[in-house]
Ligand binder design. Structure first.
Ligand code: NDP
Length: 270
């Protein structure tokens, strides 16, 4: 398995499973439980070890399904990321939200806990005070953020008492905002992993250059798009699929070989 390393030395798989749309969209939809649980088991069978969820996904039901499915595996081999909603960034609210996530996930620690989106009203130092305390208590192993730009990352690095683990951002071969606003470079220079979300969206799979390179290297367009991400320094990604074949296809993208010329052609697409 291809892994990347956090500043604290721990390894994390370069490709994990995104879990938005598991358990419903923004509301819980238990009618899909059987299919969704089977999909999580398929993912583990295929070799996924990093699972990315959030308290807001299907109003907590994505976390519940993950917690339920993962009971039968060795927790120490799994890496769970979840996220606190921007509505819960007051000191007491962060602590309470984390306890609720732990309960739904049926675990006593979260490997990486992210601020899902920055809040315009709640000062970041208040949220980090709670997050640092959660690390001290052992309820979360590391702290990260999501959808943060450079000024917010600069503040976060100062407020985080442990190395800031990751910034999770919308990033793919056609969507380059975090490159353009300097967030990618900032993370690389500060040893922070970039978790690329929506890696196969925005028309990536139908792009002519992506398709041509896929054809040349004997891979699928999704694999080319995912490999382009993970061949970059400090970048990991979390494609979502509920389909066993596409889960396998996405995981295998970590082994796809792109030539320097392929990478250069993809680099100029954005
Ligand atoms: P993705 O880029 O992962 O795209 C998911 C969609 O693509 C699904 O419809 C899936 O369908 C399809 N798909 C997946 N693999 C393939 C493939 N190999 N070939 C063809 N189609 C494929 O987008 P997401 O927005 O879901 O992002 C991934 C994850 O990132 C989320 O699940 C979530 O965990 C996280 N995220 C975080 C955000 C944040 O603010 N921090 C915001 C958005 C997402 P199917 O299931 O049928 O295979």
């Amino acid at each position: 398995m291809t892994t990347k390393h956090f500043a604290d030395g721990a390894a994390v798989p370069a490709i994990g499973l995104g879990m938005f749309d598991y358990g419903g969209k923004m509301e819980a939809d238990p009618s899909r439980d059987e299919t969704d649980l089977a999909a999580i088991h398929n993912a583990v069978k295929a070799g996924y070890r990093h699972f990315d969820t959030a308290e807001v996904y299907s109003a907590g039901h994505s976390e519940e399904l993950l917690g339920q499915a993962l009971q039968q595996y060795d927790r120490s081999e799994l890496f769970i990321t979840t996220k606190v909603s921007p509505k819960h960034l007051r000191y007491d609210d962060v602590l309470a939200a984390c306890d609720r996530s732990l309960k739904r996930l049926q675990t006593d620690y979260i490997d990486m806990y992210l601020i899902h989106w920055p809040s315009e009203e709640i000062p970041l130092d208040e949220s980090f005070r709670a997050l640092n305390e959660l690390v001290d208590k052992g309820k979360i192993k590391r702290i990260g953020v999501s959808n943060f730009d450079v000024p917010l990352l600069e503040k976060s690095v100062k407020l985080c008492e442990t190395p800031l683990a990751s910034n999770q951002v919308h990033y793919n071969v056609l969507y380059r905002k975090p490159q353009e606003n300097g967030a990618i470079q900032f993370c690389q220079e500060h040893d922070i992993l970039i978790t690329a979300y929506s890696p196969v969206k925005d028309g990536v799979l139908n792009n002519a250059t992506v398709k041509e390179i896929a054809n040349n290297v004997g891979a699928s367009p999704a694999q080319v798009a995912l490999q382009w991400l993970v061949q970059q320094s400090h970048v990991i990604t979390i494609p979502k699929s509920g389909n066993a074949e596409r889960q396998q296809e996405n995981l295998a993208a970590a082994e796809v070989q792109l030539s320097d010329n392929d990478v250069q052609r993809l680099d100029v697409l954005g």
